[in-house]
Ligand binder design. Structure first.
Ligand SMILES: [Zn+2]
Length: 201
C-alpha cells in the first residue's frame, strides 16, 4: 500500500475514464465515442468475467493487474447505484470498464473498448435494426473494410491480429439477433481510423 498522495483523490475516481487526455483532434472523436460507450458496460460484470474475488466488507482487494506486484490490498472499487469505478493506490490506475480491461489485458484503451463492446452487453441507447436491408448494408460495409484491411500490403505485425479481432467482432455482431446500428457504425469508423494510421507509416 502506497501513501495517498493524489490530492484530487476519491472524488475523481469515476472521472478517470474517457479519452485518456488525448488531443481534441476531430479524427479521434469516433475513438473517444467508442471508449465512452464501452465504459457503460457494468464494471461488476467485468469483474465477474475476470473472476475477481471481491471484498464486500471494505471494498479493497489485492491489485489484479499483471504489472503491479501488490503485497497488500491497494485496489479499491465502488460498485453501487451512484458509482461504478475503481482505483489502485499502488499503481495509481483508476477508471471504469475500459481502463480495467486495458490494464488487465495490457492492451490499448481502444482495443479494450472493442473487446468490451463485442463481449459485453452495453447500456448504449442504441437503435435496434429491424430493417433487414439496413442490416445487410451495414454488414457488407463492415466486411468490405475487413477484407480491404487484410488484403492491404501494410507491413505490420499487429495488422493481422487486429483484422482477426475485427472479424471476431463482426461475427459476434452478425450472430446477435439484436444488432446495434451505432455500435456497428462506430466500429466501421474505428477500422477506417486504424487503417489510415497504418497507411501513413
Ligand atoms: Zn495496482
Amino acid at each position: 500500500m502506497y501513501l495517498f498522495q493524489n490530492k484530487s483523490g476519491p472524488t475523481s475516481w469515476g472521472a478517470a475514464s474517457g479519452n485518456g487526455g488525448g488531443s481534441r483532434n476531430s479524427s479521434k472523436d469516433p475513438e473517444i465515442k467508442l471508449i465512452r460507450e464501452a465504459n457503460t458496460v457494468d464494471l461488476q460484470k467485468v469483474f465477474d468475467h475476470y473472476n475477481l474475488e471481491l471484498n464486500e466488507f471494505n471494498r479493497k482487494i489485492v491489485c489484479p493487474f499483471p504489472h503491479h506486484q501488490d503485497d497488500t490490498p491497494s485496489f479499491y472499487y465502488y460498485i453501487n447505484e451512484h458509482e461504478k469505478s475503481f482505483y489502485c493506490f499502488g499503481c495509481k490506475v483508476g477508471g471504469r470498464a475500459v481502463e480495467f480491461v486495458s490494464e488487465i489485458e495490457n492492451i490499448s484503451k481502444y482495443d479494450a473498448a472493442v473487446k468490451l463492446t463485442s463481449e459485453f452487453e452495453t447500456n448504449i441507447s442504441s437503435i435496434v435494426i429491424s430493417n433487414v436491408s439496413e442490416k445487410r448494408e451495414l454488414m457488407l460495409n463492415f466486411s468490405n473494410h475487413i477484407r480491404n484491411f487484410i488484403q492491404s500490403d501494410i507491413d505490420d505485425d499487429n495488422r493481422l491480429a487486429f483484422a482477426e479481432q475485427l472479424t471476431l467482432v463482426f461475427d459476434t455482431l452478425n450472430t446477435k439477433h439484436k444488432l446495434e446500428t451505432e455500435g456497428v457504425k462506430s466500429l466501421i469508423s474505428k477500422l477506417k481510423i486504424r487503417l489510415d494510421k497504418w497507411q501513413q507509416h
